[in-house]
Design a protein around this ligand. Sequence first.
Ligand SMILES: Nc1ncnc2c1ncn2[C@@H]1O[C@H](COP(=O)(O)OP(=O)(O)O)[C@@H](O)[C@H]1O
Ligand SMILES: [Mg+2]
Length: 315
Amino acid sequence: MSKITALPNSVDATETLLAAGAYVADRSLATALYLALKLGRPLFLEGEAGVGKTEIAKVLAECLDRDLIRLQCYEGLDVSSAVYEWNYARQMIEIRLAEATGDTGGRTGRAALTRDVFSEEFLIKRPLLQALEPRDSGPPVLLIDELDRTDEPFEAFLLEVLSDFQITIPEIGVFGADRPPIVVITSNRTREIHDALKRRCFYYWVDYPDAERELEILGKKAPEAGEALRRDVVAFIQKLRDVDLFKLPGVAESIDWAQALAQLDVVALEPDTLNATLGTLLKYQDDIERIRGSEAMRILDEIRTEASLNRVRGS
Ligand SMILES: Nc1ncnc2c1ncn2[C@@H]1O[C@H](COP(=O)(O)OP(=O)(O)O)[C@@H](O)[C@H]1O
Ligand SMILES: [Mg+2]
């Protein structure tokens, strides 16, 4: 994989950068990313699960040759997991040692010891703090993944960090980044993220790809599936996304499905293997029940009819 270390200086260059990481982006995404990088603003990516949001940050880090620092969000995420925490165990040992050697005597002894155990040496740095540290490879890519899983107080805290890229640790002082990290925030939109935070960022809605783009993605990510199979998979999935399902298949699922079918030596979709492999595509029993059998046949017939119509038109 080619390494491009400097930030891209045009939308074209941004497209090239993403392509180098086997990421198929449309023009609007490349533009949003380019502007976010150029203006030093966080990129806020929202969209359904499995549409390629997290991958953008990974590709960015890899192709720019930067460290990737990932903060995976979850309910109850707090400062001690996201920013820093004191290494209590080591602090205790230090204090015991000082007691044993008699270094804690008097006011000055105690003050020195307090200064000592609340120094950087006893600090456990978590992702947000790590992202502010200078690195030889340049500012890292900070991925704040699935922000919608956290709660609002954490969001408010994050807003503060993102506005001036500094974190105050009462016992030590202010940690600030000379050169701020490249920030990518993702949300699966299980709840709305506050406007104030979105306002700090470049916002981009990552949609399901159209057929052409999805075909290109499969060409890169599931080349073991033959061309005819890849076309079938994409056509089927594109139709499936129009059905009212509990959870629509994302790009992740189409890649999985194409790979699974290739493993079974399938060259083109047919009902038996289709029904047998629905579990790579749909992750809820109700959805599988709904599609398996006649509905799957209906969609398959539809794509066969459309394919032959296209052939007639094309010839
Ligand atoms: N545009 C794309 N180009 C290449 N691969 C993609 C693209 N979109 C999604 N993928 C692939 O789909 C999978 C899921 O992507 P991911 O970033 O984890 O989704 P999300 O974070 O939106 O849930 C990954 O394996 C990724 O490589
Ligand atoms: Mg993700």
